[in-house]
Each structure stands twice: as C-alpha cells, then as structure tokens.
Design a protein around this ligand. Structure first.
Ligand SMILES: Cc1cc2nc3c(=O)[nH]c(=O)nc-3n(C[C@H](O)[C@H](O)[C@H](O)COP(=O)(O)OP(=O)(O)OC[C@H]3O[C@@H](n4cnc5c(N)ncnc54)[C@H](O)[C@@H]3O)c2cc1C
Length: 287
C-alpha cells in the first residue's frame, strides 16, 4: 500500500492521538521495519508515524531506586551510558553484542521489544531485571498509561500484548541489590553482526555460596524470549556447585523448544543452551 499521510509528532500526546484515529505504522529507527517492508514480509499502512522527534521518550535516569529508559533510547546510548555501566552492566554487555555501530546508532530499545523477535537481544537482560514496559494510549481526550511486565509482554513471534493504539514509551526496572551478579552470552556465526543463534542471560545473588534470586532468560530457543522458570527453581536456594550446575543443565535443555532454521539446527541450539548455562553460571560465581 502507498503511504498517504506522513506524520512527525513532537509529543507522546500527539502520537497517541494520531494512533487513535485509525490504522497506522510506527517507525523509530527503521532497522527492522525497512528490511521487512523492502522484502515484502510486511506492508506499510496508509499512515506512517515517525516517532523519532518525541523528546519525552529519550533519556536514561535513576530516581528513587528505579531506572527509567526512554523508548527511543538507541542501543548506542545504552552502550555508552555510564549510569547503566555502573549499576546494571549486563544491559551494556547486551548492547555491546548488538549489530554494528551503524545499526546501533539507529536501533531503539522500544523498536527491539515491539518487533518481538524470539532472538531480540535487549529483552534478555531486561527479563533478568524483572523490567516493565510503559504503554501509552489516548483515552477520553488525554494520555493514559499502563505498565506491563516484560515477562508477559511477548505472545508469539512478532506479537505482543500491545494494542494497535498503544505506544511503548519507556522501560522501567528496580535497582538491583548489591549482591546482584549477571552475565550475558550470545552466539551467532559472526557474533556482533548476526542475529543470535542463542543468547542467554543468567543473574543471581550469591550469599555464602548459596544462590538467591536466580534468573535465567534465553533468546532464540522458543517462540518468544524465554524466562526459564523451571531452571530458576532448580537453582534457587541451592549451593553453587557442580551438582547444582548439572541439574540446571538437564532442566534448561528440557525447558527450551528450539526450531531448525537458516541460522542453526534445533540440536545445535540445545547444545549451545547447555554450554551457555554452564559458562554463565561460572561467570556469576565469579570464576
Ligand atoms: C544488519 C542488522 C543487524 C541487526 N542485529 C541485531 C542484533 O544483533 N540484535 C538484535 O536484537 N536485533 C538486531 N537487528 C534488528 C533491529 O536492529 C532491532 O530490533 C532494533 O532495535 C529495532 O529498533 P528500531 O528503532 O530500528 O525499530 P523499527 O524498525 O523502527 O520498528 C520495529 C517495530 O517496532 C514498532 N515500534 C517501534 N517503536 C515503537 C514504539 N515506541 N511503540 C510501539 N511500536 C513501536 C514498529 O512499528 C515496528 O513494528 C538487526 C537488524 C539489522 C538490519
């Protein structure tokens, strides 16, 4: 379909009022949308809304123990953020494994989450942090927002719980405690330039060698980015030793449901899952 209306709102209110008027395509960095429309995998609607000029959706802050990252924050800005490097380095680690500098300069955090790829890299550290997304819409003449747990945001490849009239304005999460340690690992034929064959994040707080607050998130092994709840339960409250790690390996390999595709076979993805959980747990243990 040809684009009849091109809109460039300057505020969240303008953007959600436009979304309320009927079907529209949102574009932020365009690094997913452009290849999808160029290949014919997706069509533009008659209205295209470019949201890149909305200042309220920029910036990274920490206030009263909560981090807030504006939806339009680019992956480069996450990579260069001293605030995030000091408090949540696992997010910066994921940004460092993301594409090339050219793509990172355009790619936004909201675009990465809304594209809802099972291999989307930024969802993995955010799942470890129990992040929430803020969704805005236009109701009865004003902006209304709701918060949704990221763990419940993705529903299928390319699908989320977001409604057609909603805009993802920000991501929020609580400042982790002092003992929080996390690790992000990613594999692809050309690591940083490739969509992940498997990506994994593991986080825990080790108190006298015992695992607390275990979190395991995995990309590209299920229809959506996965919180490996059964594996977390195996780790929780257990000593970090060889027996616990082997039980985690067995459980996580049963918990994933990868597919064969052009990037990797299901067998290889399961193998990488086992390799990564051992490695990530070892990083978290400080080895
Ligand atoms: C060469 C290349 C390498 C890549 N490498 C990686 C990689 O290593 N890791 C990775 O995870 N991804 C990778 N990607 C995918 C892509 O760069 C990311 O998913 C990126 O973060 C998308 O952000 P964007 O701003 O460009 O989104 P866009 O393309 O502008 O939008 C993506 C989707 O989200 C919707 N959308 C955007 N913003 C909002 C919003 N605020 N509210 C509601 N809906 C919104 C759009 O309508 C569209 O459906 C790569 C892409 C390319 C082309």
């Amino acid at each position: 379909m040809s684009i009849d209306n091109y809109c460039v709102p300057g505020t969240i209110a303008e953007a959600v009022e436009l979304l309320q008027q009927g079907e529209a395509t949102l574009v932020a960095g365009g690094t997913d949308l452009t290849p999808q429309t160029a290949s014919g995998a997706r069509e533009f609607t008659a209205t295209l809304i470019n949201i890149r000029r909305i200042d309220e959706m920029q910036g990274i802050s920490l206030s009263s123990g909560r981090y807030r990252i504006g939806g339009l924050t680019t992956v480069s800005e996450i990579l260069e953020s001293e605030l995030l490097a000091a408090g949540v380095p696992v997010l910066v680690q994921a940004a460092d494994h993301f594409a090339s500098p050219q793509i990172r300069n355009a790619a936004t955090l909201a675009g990465n989450l809304c594209n809802a790829s099972p291999a989307g890299d930024m969802s993995i550290p955010l799942l470890l942090l129990d992040a929430q997304v803020e969704l805005a819409s236009w109701v009865d003449g004003s902006v209304t927002t709701r918060k949704v747990e990221l763990a419940g945001f993705f529903t299928a490849p390319g699908k989320t719980v977001m409604k057609a009239n909603e805009l993802l304005t920000a991501v929020e999460f609580s400042q982790p405690g002092d003992g929080f340690r996390a690790s992000f690992l990613k594999s692809g034929p050309r690591p940083a330039l490739e969509i992940s064959s498997v990506s994994m994040g593991v986080a825990a707080d080790l108190k006298e060698g015992v695992i607390h607050g275990a979190r395991v998130a995995i990309g590209a092994v299920a229809p959506t980015p996965l919180r490996a709840i059964a594996t977390e339960a195996v780790l929780e409250g257990r000593p970090m030793n060889a027996g616990t790690i082997e039980q985690a390996v067995e459980t996580v390999c049963r918990e994933v449901s990868p597919i064969d595709d052009v990037r990797a076979s299901a067998w290889y993805r399961t193998h990488l899952t086992a390799v990564f959980i051992r490695r990530a747990l070892s990083h978290v243990a400080g080895n």
